[in-house]
Design a protein around this ligand. Structure first.
Ligand SMILES: [Zn+2]
Length: 118
């Protein structure tokens, strides 16, 4: 790959052509890992895990809010659609926030699982 020497030197130039993913330990070309030296597969698996945690939190939040609304606030069925929209919005926001926080936490904590157990 020739770029005529015009390409600016970046952080990846300090790495060799082959780098190990810090998560799974497999070797990749330095263009296939991100700044934290995570490969595409590890990022995708962690992202999916964070999405599952976020979805679960969203559902739990909506369920708790529904329980609170129906037992404490006792809404009339006049604006039932509004309450339902409120639950959907609360669950959606909770899932998005939790997903982002969970992804950041999963990326920052070291992987203590033994190699090959994922
Ligand atoms: Zn990896």
């Amino acid at each position: 790959m020739s770029d005529g020497g015009l390409r600016r030197r970046g952080w990846k130039d300090r790495l060799g052509d082959e780098v190990e993913c810090v998560r799974c330990g497999e070797s990749f070309d330095s263009t296939e890992v991100d700044r934290m030296l995570w490969c595409e597969g590890c990022r995708a698996r962690t992202s999916a895990r964070a999405t599952r945690v976020g979805a679960l939190t969203g559902v739990l939040t909506a369920a708790l809010l529904a329980w609170y609304i129906w037992t404490t606030m006792r809404p009339t069925d006049l604006v039932l659609g509004g309450w339902a929209a409120c639950l959907v919005a609360a669950g959606w926001i909770a899932s998005k926030i939790t997903r982002e926080v969970a992804y950041g936490v999963f990326r920052s904590i070291p992987d203590d699982r033994p190699s090959g157990a994922r």
